[in-house]
Design a binder for this molecule. Structure first.
Ligand SMILES: Cc1cc2nc3c(=O)[nH]c(=O)nc-3n(C[C@H](O)[C@H](O)[C@H](O)COP(=O)(O)OP(=O)(O)OC[C@H]3O[C@@H](n4cnc5c(N)ncnc54)[C@H](O)[C@@H]3O)c2cc1C
Length: 200
């Protein structure tokens, strides 16, 4: 969805809740240093402020009629739409294998790590692999490190039968696309939500 700001400016954010859980719109908003809109959100906007929005927009939704196993690649707040999609898949009772990779810099950036862990513990068909690119020493991180798309190609030699959903920084989305094609992914089965900066 887009926030419609003064002077015709817009800022896009991905909806993090599933359609059945529709009392509120959940957004996961990263505070951009010097960002006009996210600066206002974190520093100025008061509860009950009235904002203008437009939506739903975009094409990043679950292809429910596909029986293929699914890989999700989320980077940072790119977890937002993936969360909505996984909760939707659970609500619909879909049981094909789903493997969530969540890439972030440090442990604190995996802001819903426990939720993702719980999915993988409770549901046999869901796996969760967090990947940190720059863990802090205090993280004492024992898990995977490096770029999240590289972790996926290290684990999956053949992606030809998969649906892959990628969401987050454009560099990750495009690096993933290029890498996954070399592993046989059909681009018709690559769905992405690239968090391009809005500019004005
Ligand atoms: C389809 C779509 C979905 C999106 N969903 C989300 C979401 O769910 N959660 C979320 O946090 N963001 C999301 N974004 C990204 C978000 O819209 C931008 O980060 C937005 O520009 C932030 O607005 P701002 O006014 O605070 O910063 P701006 O005023 O737009 O930017 C200020 C400065 O920061 C730079 N900048 C802006 N965004 C980023 C960034 N993400 N990383 C690094 N530098 C940046 C700009 O180049 C500029 O120099 C999405 C973008 C798109 C296109």
């Amino acid at each position: 969805m887009d926030f419609l700001l003064r002077d015709g400016r817009r800022r896009s954010f991905s909806i993090a809740n599933a359609p059945h859980d529709d009392e509120f719109l959940d957004l996961h908003i990263r505070h951009i240093e010097g960002g006009r809109f996210t600066g206002e959100v974190f520093e100025e906007i008061k509860e009950k402020a009235v904002l203008r929005i437009q939506g739903p927009l975009g094409s990043f939704f679950l292809r429910e009629d596909s029986p293929r196993p699914v890989i999700f690649m989320a980077g940072g707040t790119g977890f937002a739409p993936v969360k909505g999609i996984i909760e939707h898949a659970l609500a619909r009772g879909l049981t094909q294998p789903m493997h969530l990779y969540w890439g972030a810099r440090a442990r604190e950036d995996l802001y819903m790590h426990e939720l993702a862990l719980r999915w993988s513990e409770v549901h046999e068909h869901i796996r969760y692999t967090p990947v940190l690119s720059a863990p802090a020493p205090a993280d004492n991180w024992q898990g995977r490190t490096g770029y999240v798309h590289e972790a996926i190609i290290a684990d999956y030699a053949d992606l030809s039968g998969y649906d892959v959903y990628a969401s987050g920084p454009p560099a990750m989305v495009y690096a993933g696309r290029d890498a996954f094609v070399t592993r046989g992914l059909d681009l018709e089965h690559y769905f992405s939500d690239a968090f391009e900066f809005s500019g004005d």
